[in-house]
Each structure stands twice: as C-alpha cells, then as structure tokens.
Design a protein around this ligand. Structure first.
Ligand code: NAD
Length: 289
C-alpha cells in the first residue's frame, strides 16, 4: 500500500519505520527536518508538505502533538486532497470532541476514518508492540486493523467515532492515579523501614500490584528496567501525562462525572510540571515526596 505518515516524532518515527519494513511505500512528512531525515534512513520517502505526501495514497496515518494541530492538518491538507478512497487513521492522543469532529468532517467528504490512539511508549512504538484503541465504523475498523496490526500487539475496536480517544483518556487517568499511589506506597514503605526491593517482591504478588509497580517501577534499581533506572529520562514525559489528565478532566466535565482522584492527579502533576519537570518521566514525581 501507499501510506502517508504525518508526524515522525518520538512515536511516529518508529511506527512509520515498521510500516516501511513491512514493505509498504511510506510517504513521510514532518515539520522538523531531523525527524524527516530519520524517517528516510528508516526506508520512508520524505515529502515537503502534507499535500504532496497524501497524493494518490491508500491510507493516511498521523501521530501529532495535539487536537488543534490534528484538526488543522486534516481540514486544510488531507480532506479533499487525499483520494476519497484513502482510509484516514489519526493515532495522536487528542480530545474526544475534536476526534469526533474530524471524523465527521472526513465522513461527510466521503472518507472512512478512525481515531486510533495508542498505549505503550517509545520502546513499544519502535518494537511494533503498541496497543491501539480504535473508534470508527465496523467497515473503517476492518480496513484499519491490518495496517495497525503491523505496529501493535493488540488492536481493539472501542466503538464509534471518538471512542478510541475516550478509552485512551480513561486509561491514562487510571495510570496517573496508579503512579501517584505507587510512589506514595514506596516512599512510605521506605520511611517505615522496609527495603524497597523486598517491598517490590511483596506488592508485585499482592493486591497493590499494578502496571506502575511491575512494568514501570518508579524506584531506581527495583523491578524491570524502567526510566527510574535512567535518571527518569522519558519514557513518557510529565508534560504528556499532564496533557492527558487535562483531556480527562475536560471529558469528566462533559460526561458529568465527579472524578475526584483524577482531579487530584491532575493538580499534583500540574504543580510538578510547573516546577520545571515537564521533560522528566512521569514516574519521577516520586522525587517530590
Ligand atoms: P513528538 O513531539 O515527539 O512528535 C510529534 C511530531 O509532530 C514532531 O516531530 C513535530 O515536528 C510534528 N508536527 C507537529 N506539527 C506538525 C504539522 N503541522 N505537520 C507535520 N508534523 C508536525 O511527540 P510524540 O511523543 O511522538 O507524541 C505524538 C502523539 O502520541 C501525542 O499525541 C502523544 O500524546 C501521543 N503518545 C505519546 C506517547 C509517548 O510515550 N511519547 C505514548 C502514547 C501516546
């Protein structure tokens, strides 16, 4: 297939490389020349605009920073420019309302489109082991699945347009809450005289276990390799966790849900990022305890 890939940053770079390695013709565009150069090294073809990249393609995949950019790129340079037969897949993490609006604009113009945000960080993007949660019609999902499968360990149909973003935002709200709870538990265990490694052995097979404990332990030297073992270099930057918690708070407001723990996680990450930790991995919040 001819696939346009827009946004070749930390995540998109690895994802595009996996599509190219699987034998697809990947037409890459990014505003950053360094990102484009990396994509070329990985077997993609570089283009100088979105409009050129989407010319004559079978699918468009995007991995962009936020909803405003996604909205602008799709409305200005993709819808009405890419062939109407092309499947549109936005994999960025953005707000549900923008995802639905872009999906509806694409459908009104005759395209099939999905919102397909991912779980898993840069390592999973490079390894092709992301989890995709997909919003869109059954027909659009059926077309999206084989493309997403190349970059993933799981592709799950969440529901109609915007449902992928809804799932992602709920997942990451739980993650932010779990991570803060995990950092408090480890800090308290240590103050109570427990050895962190011994506490890890206990909690990882007890009911306090979570992904934040066993896959991403915030304590250096404990559990499998994680950003804590690398000076809290992302990984998943604090600023991105704050962005996702902000989206979760917006969605909670719209849904009329009083997400008290989500709100507290948002407040704690807001203060921590404002103190200059936006580039630090989100598990580094343990250092503020
Ligand atoms: P990034 O900043 O590394 O990459 C974004 C890329 O988009 C950059 O290379 C930038 O130059 C490019 N870009 C910006 N505006 C553009 C435009 N108008 N046209 C073309 N390119 C443009 O960010 P990332 O870490 O790759 O994250 C991308 C998305 O994935 C975000 O929505 C993020 O929330 C989500 N995400 C990230 C992670 C992670 O661990 N980093 C995990 C899951 C989801």
């Amino acid at each position: 297939m001819k696939i346009a890939f827009i946004g070749l940053g930390n995540m998109g770079g690895g994802m595009a490389a996996n599509l190219a390695q699987a034998g697809h013709e990947v037409r890459a565009f990014d505003l950053a020349p360094t990102a484009l150069a990396r994509a070329e090294e990985a077997g993609c073809t570089a283009f100088t605009s979105v409009r050129e990249a989407v010319d004559g393609v079978d699918a468009v995949v995007s991995m962009l920073p936020n909803g405003k950019i996604v909205d602008s790129v799709y409305r200005t340079d993709v819808i009405g420019v890419a062939p109407v037969s092309a499947l549109l897949l936005d994999c960025s993490t953005i707000d549900v309302a923008t995802a639905k609006a872009v999906g509806e604009a694409a459908c009104s113009a005759g395209y099939e489109a999905v919102d397909a945000p991912v779980s898993g960080g840069i390592a999973a993007a490079n390894a092709g082991t992301l989890t995709f949660m997909v919003g869109g019609s059954d027909e659009a999902f059926a077309r999206a699945e084989p493309i997403l499968a190349i970059m993933s360990k799981a592709v799950i149909h969440a529901g109609g347009a915007g449902a992928g973003q809804a799932a992602k935002i709920c997942n990451n709200m739980a993650l932010g809450i779990h991570m803060i709870g995990t950092t408090e538990a480890f800090a308290m265990a240590q103050k109570l005289g427990l050895d962190p490694q011994r506490f890890y052995e206990i909690i990882s097979v007890s009911s306090g276990q979570s992904w934040s404990v066993t896959s991403y332990c915030p304590v250096p030297g404990v559990g499998p390799q994680s950003p804590a073992d690398n000076g809290y270099k992302p990984g998943f930057a604090g600023a991105l966790m704050l962005k996702d918690l902000g989206l979760a708070m917006e969605a909670a407001g719209t849904a009329g849900i009083d997400a008290e723990m989500g709100k507290r996680a948002f407040e704690l990450y807001s203060a921590w990022v404002a103190a200059g930790n936006g580039d630090v991995d989100f598990s580094g919040i343990i250092q503020s305890l």
